[in-house]
Design a binder for this molecule. Structure first.
Ligand code: HEM
Length: 408
C-alpha cells in the first residue's frame, strides 16, 4: 500500500479501523505524507516517541489565527476551504504560549481550584439514578439498550452542564451541535451548528452576568489574575471548549471501555471478580481505545526534523494518539486489552502544554460509571456483531454512534 515516498490517501475505512493503517505507516517510516479523509494534506507521525516529542515541541504551533494559510495551501483543490470562526475558536487549545499560558491559568484557577474529589458523591448519585432507570426497564421486560444513549451520554453531559451551570433543558440541543461540529459533515452544516452554539453561549453568559450562580461559568466571568481577565469572546470560546471537550470524550471512555471488555471476556471476568483493578483498567481503556484519535493539527513555524525526517516551515503535522498508544515498541502486544498491564504513560490525554485539563474528572467519571454498571448488571453482553458497529466519521474523536447491549 505504501511506497517509500508515496502519499497515503485515507478514506472512510479509516474511521472504522485506523489501527491497521497506523501499523502500516509505522512500519514504512516515522513520518509519512498522508491525505486525511476531508482532503487535508499532512505529515503523519505514528510511533510513540516521535508523537510524544511532537506534542511537546513548541516550534509546532496550535495557533489557529496563524494556521489559515497552511490549511489553504495543503488542501485538495476540489475540497472546500477550511475556515475558522474566531467566535468559538479563541480558546487555549488553539493558542500557543504566552497566550495559552494566560488562558490556561485563568481556567485552572476557576476549574481545578478544589480538585474533583468533591464531585464524586454527585457523580455516584447521577450514575445510580441512570442505573435505577435501566433496572426498572429491565424489570418491565425490556432487554436491549443502547448503552450510549441510555447511560454513557447522559452521565457526563449532566456532570459538565451542572458544573458549568447549563440548564438541563438545553442539553439535547447541545449534544446535537456538538456531534455535528466534530463530524465530517459538509462545511456549511458544521458552520451552522457552530453559529447556533455561539449564539447560545452568548445568551447563556449574558444570563449568568445578570444572575450569577455557584457554577464554573460565573467563576470564569469573575476569574482574574494580576488584573487580567477573560474577554467576552474568550469566555464564549472557553465555554465551548469545556462543554465539548468535557462530555464527548468521556461518553466514549465509558462506551468504548465497555465495548473493549465485552470483546475480551477473560478481562471482563477478571475485572468483575475484583473491581479494585478498575483504576488500572481505565488507563488500559484509554490506551487501547482512547476517545481522541488525532489531536489538534499542528503547523510548523520553522523547519523541523521529526524522527530524522526534515519538514519545512508552513507544513501541517498530525500526531495521532491512537497510533502512539498501539506502538509495539512501547506497549508489547499492543492490540491486546490487558487491564493488568504495567503503567506505561499512554498519551490518551495528550502531552506537553496542552495536556488535558479535565483528565482527573474524566478518570473519576469513567471509574464511577463502569463500577456501577458492572456491579448492577454483571451479565451485560453485546447485542450486535462488533463488525456492524459504526464509529463516528471524525478524525478527532474516536467513538461509537451507538452500543447495543443486553441487560438482565
Ligand atoms: C476521556 C476523556 C478525555 C480525553 C480522552 C481527553 C483528551 C484530551 C486531549 C488529547 C487533549 C489535548 C489535545 C491536543 O493536544 O490537541 C485535551 C485537552 C483538553 N481537554 Fe480533555 N479529554 C477528556 C476529557 C476532558 C474533560 C472532562 C474536560 C473538561 C471538563 C476536558 C477539557 C480539556 C481542555 C480544556 C483541553 C485543552 C487544554 C489546553 O489546550 O491546554 N477534557 N483533552
Amino acid at each position: 500500500m505504501t511506497l517509500p515516498d508515496a502519499v497515503t490517501r485515507l478514506d472512510a475505512s479509516f474511521f472504522q479501523d485506523p489501527y491497521e493503517i497506523y501499523a502500516e505507516l509505522r512500519t514504512a517510516g516515522p513520518v509519512r505524507k498522508v491525505v486525511l479523509p476531508q482532503g487535508t494534506h499532512v505529515w503523519m507521525v505514528t510511533n510513540y516517541a516521535d508523537v510524544r516529542a511532537t506534542l511537546a515541541d513548541l516550534r509546532l504551533s496550535n495557533d489557529i489565527s496563524r494556521a489559515q494559510p497552511a490549511f489553504e495551501h495543503h488542501r485538495d483543490p476540489d475540497k472546500p476551504p477550511v475556515k475558522f470562526d474566531a467566535a468559538l475558536s479563541t480558546h487555549m487549545l488553539n493558542s500557543d504560549p504566552p497566550q495559552h499560558t494566560r488562558l490556561r491559568k485563568l481556567v485552572t484557577k476557576a476549574f481545578t481550584a478544589r480538585g474533583v474529589g468533591h464531585l464524586r458523591p454527585r457523580i455516584e448519585e447521577l450514575s445510580t439514578e441512570l442505573l435505577d432507570g435501566l433496572a426498572a426497564r429491565v424489570a418491565a421486560g425490556e432487554r436491549e439498550f443502547d448503552l450510549i444513549a441510555d447511560f454513557a451520554f447522559p452521565l457526563p453531559i449532566t456532570v459538565i452542564c451542572e458544573l458549568l451551570g447549563v440548564p438541563d433543558t438545553d442539553r439535547d440541543a447541545f449534544r446535537e451541535w456538538g456531534s455535528t461540529i466534530l463530524s465530517a459533515s459538509p462545511p456549511e452544516v458544521i458552520r451552522d451548528a457552530r453559529t447556533a452554539m455561539a449564539e447560545y453561549m452568548v445568551r447563556l453568559l449574558a444570563g449568568k452576568r445578570e444572575e450569577p450562580g455557584a457554577d464554573l461559568l460565573t467563576a470564569l466571568i469573575d476569574a482574574r489574575d494580576d488584573g487580567d481577565r477573560l474577554s467576552d469572546r474568550e469566555l464564549v470560546s472557553m465555554t465551548f471548549l469545556l462543554l465539548l471537550a468535557g462530555h464527548e470524550t468521556t461518553v466514549n471512555l465509558i462506551a468504548s471501555g465497555m465495548l473493549s471488555l465485552l470483546q475480551a471476556p477473560d478481562q471482563l471476568a477478571l475485572l468483575r471478580s475484583d473491581l479494585g483493578l478498575l483504576p488500572g483498567a481505565i488507563e488500559e481503556f484509554l490506551r487501547f481505545e482512547g476517545s481522541v484519535n488525532i489531536p489538534t493539527v499542528r503547523h510548523t513555524l520553522e523547519p523541523v526534523e521529526i524522527g530524522g525526517v526534515p519538514i519545512p516551515a508552513g507544513e501541517l503535522v498530525v500526531a495521532p494518539l491512537a497510533a502512539a498508544n498501539r506502538d509495539p515498541n512501547k506497549f508489547p502486544d499492543p492490540d491486546r486489552l490487558d487491564i493488568t498491564r504495567a503503567p506505561a504513560a499512554h498519551l490518551a490525554f495528550g502531552h506537553g502544554v496542552h495536556f488535558c485539563v479535565g483528565a482527573p474528572l474524566a478518570r473519576l467519571e469513567g471509574e464511577v460509571a463502569l463500577a456501577g454498571l458492572l456491579s448492577r448488571f454483571p451479565n451485560i453482553s453485546l447485542a450486535a456483531d462488533p463488525a456492524d458497529l459504526v464509529w463516528h466519521e471524525s478524525t478527532v474523536v474516536r467513538g461509537l454512534h451507538s452500543l447495543p447491549v443486553l441487560l438482565s
